[in-house]
Design a protein around this ligand. Structure first.
Ligand SMILES: Nc1nc2c(ncn2[C@@H]2O[C@H](COP(=O)(O)OP(=O)(O)OP(=O)(O)O)[C@@H](O)[C@H]2O)c(=O)[nH]1
Length: 736
């Protein structure tokens, strides 16, 4: 039907898009405030190796942002454009997300390429926090994989509407409809295909569009020419069936469609499209696209889907906290370029020109030369340079309007901080999990020490889940993070980016301590022989500050309550007692790890006219703390990981046995299509080296993911070993 004419039109449309890109690029540089209605802020989330980078590379190519395609691990040694760090190119995985912008169908699209590995979930979380919509990528042969579940949870946490793209239709065993079933069953997402493939594996010829009811082919060297034809006879029946499935799914969401469907009448395309859009944005539906990024098939249609079905910034509600009110009242932000500016710094990057801060504008307009306030620190800064990022290249701009994403230069801040032009507003904080494991690290050459510390500080500002601490006694540097790979990558970056070879110690687990019972204390600190005397008496009780410390949602903070009545204890001593309590919590008596979830209630006390002092009360608090701790059921808590292993059903016994040996408790098991999937809660302390064990056991075919779940009490028989290890370490440090 469209044949040659259509082909030429498509080619010229591709060129036209490149030309539009160029001219819009010029325009953007001058007038950079974009109408929010034509803006899309999207992220691409998936399990590791599903093809996010390859997909993004195609998007950049088809939108005219780059003029050649480079493969991840390709033979041209260039590497994909979005994987800008050398290490990413070598390993072929995306470590840091890169932000880029492009134009498609006259829409301004900001894309964040997010990493898939579980150790880098903070990158995914931060990206999702600032995006309005997402593309959930699945591999057509592997379907829903462990990390798909994690990113799905994150998307749900931030209410991110999504379209789904089933990639790798060219792979052996590709079955998009099996994937759709898994998405429905395992992710509980109401979804339906808006396309079907014309063939799979080597026979993949193109895609059938179930809304237009047309066959779509991708011609040219790189699939850049989109050709639409009538559906070949051999696919007509399947296309009719799957369209029927789509319509019946939409009929449940829309009365007008339901009526037409029941009357067996023609349903207008506009109605189908508006129903999909509305329900995608309301999180009631997800349209499923499909193709093969590697074989240049289907990407342009998915881009059309982004524009057609994902929300623009005006369709998403964003709130800030008014930090000038004690209860931090929620304030709705308005997508209005004239309102006072509010923006969130969601990612930091250091490059040869200095610190680059990625920022999402939520309200008002960010302008070059403007003075900005950092809501967290109160600092005032002048914005001297702002840019739009395209992978690791940039364009200077002078303004960015509401809903837009840009980057600022030369602004010192930490990620997650809010900037305003004076209003006392802060965006809600980004959920940051506590680091679960640590390593000691030092430079091989002591002369590198200053450079080494500076680099670590920089990483720490970029990544809130990466924490650097120094043991004051041994001066040993300890880095903490979300897993072995997370910390290993930083050790590698020190070597590669800063030329600092390092030595790392054995990984250790971050234990915590807590009290489990109420204990009433009356503690007297008295030293009245010789010299200035000391006298302080305090009464009160300690108890758990939360009902169930193992509940992942539990508030694990410590709390001091002054419940004194009368004048036995003058006010001047209370701050010293409070401070001493919080100091004690920093280092638990059993293992030296922090105490969490403990309440300290001070009810009464006694002073001596001459010998009482703030110091005496601080020492009394320490004594009361120690006493309460040993009598109040002091416990050691260890990080428990939610581990999911997916293996061929043949390995079921071995995998279960292996997890039990690692003190795992199975929480769920499933057998599906010859695969066995097990979820288990396993102490992190036993998980070191699991990747190697799994590889060995399953001939490299098993997969696992793990995510921090909670801290739970250590088994009785383990406690003594941990305490002994702590004592030994203390001894070594005092000998040092
Ligand atoms: N057969 C096939 N291979 C693909 C396709 N898309 C990507 N790949 C390959 O799959 C591998 C992983 O692709 P990436 O694009 O790096 O995947 P990713 O999801 O960005 O990976 P991470 O960032 O590490 O999570 C590479 O070897 C790609 O060439 C596809 O459509 N078909």
């Amino acid at each position: 039907m469209f044949s040659l004419g259509a082909r030429l039109t498509a080619k010229s449309a591709f060129r036209a898009n490149q030309a539009t890109m160029a001219s819009i690029g010029v325009l953007l540089r001058r007038f950079s405030v974009v109408n929010p209605a034509i803006m899309r802020n999207i992220g691409i989330s998936a399990h590791i190796d599903s093809g996010k980078t390859t997909f993004t590379e195609r998007v950049l190519f088809y939108t005219g942002r780059i003029n050649a395609i480079h493969e991840v691990r390709g033979s041209d040694n260039v590497g994909a454009t979005m994987d800008s760090m050398e290490l990413e190119r070598e390993k072929g995985i995306t470590i840091q997300s890169a932000a880029t912008h492009t134009v498609w169908d006259n829409h301004h699209v900001n894309i964040i390429d997010t990493p898939g590995h579980v150790d880098f979930t903070i990158e995914v979380e931060r990206a999702l926090r600032v995006l309005d919509g997402g593309v959930l990528l699945l591999c057509a042969a592997s379907g829903v994989q462990p990390q798909t579940l994690t990113v799905d949870k994150q998307m749900k946490r931030y209410d991110v509407p999504r379209i789904i793209f089933i990639n790798k239709l060219d792979r052996m065993g590709a079955d998009p409809f099996k994937c759709i079933k898994q998405v429905r069953d395992r992710l509980n997402i109401n979804c339906a295909a808006v396309q079907i493939p014309m063939g799979t594996e080597n026979g993949l010829k193109g895609i059938i569009d179930l809304i237009e009811m047309e066959a779509v082919y991708f011609d040219g060297d790189n699939g850049e020419s989109v050709r639409r034809e009538s559906i070949p006879d051999s696919f007509k029946e399947e296309a009719d069936d799957k369209r029927e499935e789509l319509i019946s799914c939409l009929a449940e969401l829309n009365e007008e469609i339901e009526e037409l469907y029941l009357m067996e009448e023609e349903i207008p395309k506009d109605l189908i499209n508006s129903c999909i859009r509305e329900n995608t944005i309301n999180l009631k539906f997800a349209p499923v696209f499909m193709g093969s990024a590697y074989k240049n098939t289907g990407i342009q249609l998915a881009l059309d889907g982004v524009v057609k079905y994902l929300p623009d910034p005006t369709e998403v509600v964003n709130q800030a906290l008014d930090i000038s009110t004690p209860e931090e009242k929620k304030v709705a932000l308005e997508i209005d370029p004239k309102k006072p500016f509010v923006g969130l710094a969601f990612k930091l990057e250091e490059n040869q020109f200095g610190q680059l801060t990625y920022l999402r504008v939520y309200q008002g307009t960010l302008k070059k030369g403007q003075f900005l306030y950092n809501s967290a620190t109160g600092e005032k800064i002048k914005l001297s340079r702002m840019v739009r990022m395209h992978s690791n290249e940039m364009e200077d701009i002078s303004e960015a309007g509401p809903g837009d994403i840009c980057a600022m230069f030369g602004v010192e801040c930490a990620s997650g901080e809010t900037f305003t032009t004076g209003s006392k507003l802060a965006m809600t904080s980004i959920h940051v999990p506590d680091p679960v494991m640590s390593l000691t690290i030092k430079p091989k050459d002591r002369n590198d020490l200053t450079k080494f510390l500076n680099a670590l500080r920089r990483f720490e500002r970029e990544d809130p889940t990466f924490v650097v601490a120094q043991n004051p006694e041994s001066e040993e540097i300890i880095i903490s993070g979300m897993g072995e790979l997370h910390l290993f990558i930083y050790a590698e970056r020190l070597r590669r980016e800063y030329d600092i070879p390092v030595v790392v110690g054995n990984p250790t687990v971050n234990y915590r301590e807590t009290v489990t019972e109420k204990y009433e204390f009356t503690y007297l600190h008295k030293k009245q022989s010789g010299g200035a005397g000391q006298y302080a008496k305090i009464m009160g009780y300690v108890e758990p500050n939360t009902e169930d410390i193992t509940d992942p949602e539990a508030d694990t903070s410590n709390l001091f309550i002054d419940a004194t009545k009368g004048n036995n204890l003058p006010n001047e001593y209370i701050p010293a007692i409070e401070k001493a309590f919080y100091e004690c919590c920093k280092k638990g008596p059993l293992t030296g790890y922090p105490v969490i979830g403990m309440k300290f209630v001070l009810t009464d006390g006694q002073v001596h006219v001459v010998d009482s002092s703030q110091m005496a009360f601080a020492l009394a608090t320490q004594g009361a703390f120690r006493e309460s701790y040993s009598s109040g059921g002091g416990k050691i808590l260890e990080p428990i990981m939610d581990v999911q292993v997916t293996v061929d059903a043949d390995y079921q016994q071995g995998i279960m046995g292996g997890l039990m040996k690692r003190r795992g408790t199975m929480t769920d098991t499933k057998s599906q299509d010859g695969m066995f999937i097990v979820n288990a809660d396993v102490p992190l302390a036993t998980m070191f080296g699991y990747a190697t064990e799994l590889r060995g056991m399953t001939q490299g075919l098993g997969e696992f993911s793990m995510e921090y779940k909670n801290h739970a009490p250590v088994e009785e028989y383990e406690i003594q070993d941990i305490i002994e290890a702590y004592k030994k370490k203390q001894q070594e440090e005092s000998d040092f």
